[in-house]
Design a protein around this ligand. Sequence first.
Ligand code: EPZ
Length: 442
Amino acid sequence: MLVIQGGAALQGDVTVEGAKNAALPIMAAALAVRGDVRLGCVPDLVDVHTMTQLLQSLGAEVDRSTPNSAVINADNAQGHVADYELVRRMRASICVLGPLLARHGRARVSLPGGCNIGHRPIDLHLKGLAALGADLRIEAGYVIATAAQLRGAEVDLSGPHGSTVTGTCNVMVAAALAKGQTVIRSAACEPEVVDVGRFLINAGAKISGLGTPVVEIEGVDSLTGSAHKILPDRIEAATFAIAATATHGSIRLKNVRPSDLTSVTNALSAMDVEVSSTVDELRISTPRQLKPANITARPFPGIPTDTQAQFMALLATIRGRSVVTDGVFPDRFMHASELLRMGAHIRRVGASAVVTGGTRLSGASVMASDLRASAALVIAALTADGESQIRRIYHLDRGYAGLETKLNALGANVRRESDRQQPSAVKAPHYSSQSARQRTDS
Ligand code: EPZ
């Protein structure tokens, strides 16, 4: 668990890692590439380790001996089965479906199953791959996909809450090696999807329209080894920016792309935070008094759902009424009940959470339910009076590299302690602690 003594304002510089949500689909896409794939700025995260194991289980060679890099060679990767034991640890394992199908003409990938941030179907992934000619069925908890020859087609990936990030990646990789032209309508525009597209282009794919809802792909015969540097993690950057704001601190974020963070910095500016940027840096400086705000998470370029929980923790500290809504995962509010235990006033009203902020939060023992919920609890604890213990931090390790080291360098007081209760004796609110450990969120 993390033990956090609240009260210190974050001050100083922090360097952001490469983006988890680009690294994972890019590593998966390497299965469809011949020769060495050399990746830079790969974050050192548990999820990246899990993806490494998944690729190795499929027969790929993955060398991660140099920090923040990965060299992947899938030339002898003959496996086409992504086993439940690995997929259950990380939903992003579904990213191997498109690459395996493109590479072998067949794939057997475990369905990811339940999740703590809401309903997460994969129907759009399947719809996209079916449009390219794949034959798909679900059997014994696995997606079984076959395709003698993938063929380019038009496919619309719009769902009830926008497009699909990993679904767009799956279809893009499959289409890159399909015969003929594919047009993806309602493609996800997230910067991580663009990064996957750029990686594929470096490997020889013909893709245009990245970052727009219409992506066109002209299939090629093969993709060949290439080098790619993973883009900076906008969610990690936003988490630090929000933490600095909540603690009334002042920080400089290095290795960021401010244009990927416009919705976040606009929201902070509306609260009266001073934000300034250069090409790859962002400065955040917080006045004494902040204004409440209404935050609605939406697909890019909207406020990311992956920052919604962190914003909620911040708003709980700002005097006045704020409303938080998640337009991507409408039920992603499990963090609210733990924030209540720290003294926050949050009420669910319809699809939104109404936060009445301003009461000083008090340190408490709380439990993280997913990766970003954990980040929200860390932010709340940094602002709280007294000590907090945050349990189930294995979620944090999946998405934040060296979080406590970085926070302590900014002046926070955070230490990691072994948590004897974790996870076997801790009672989870809705399911057994064992199944909680098995649930995934990335
Ligand atoms: C990606 O998940 C991210 N994970 C998530 O990051 C992120 O929260 C999410 O995109 C939204 O931005 C990775 O990139 C590895 P979606 P993904 O498919 O691709 C619905 C984090 O904390 N939908 O874009 O699985 C879905 O229910 C995490 O780092 C369908 O209806 O999300 C949701 O409402 C967790 N059918 C919306 O679309 C489908 O087939 C967006 O989901 C797929 C999705």
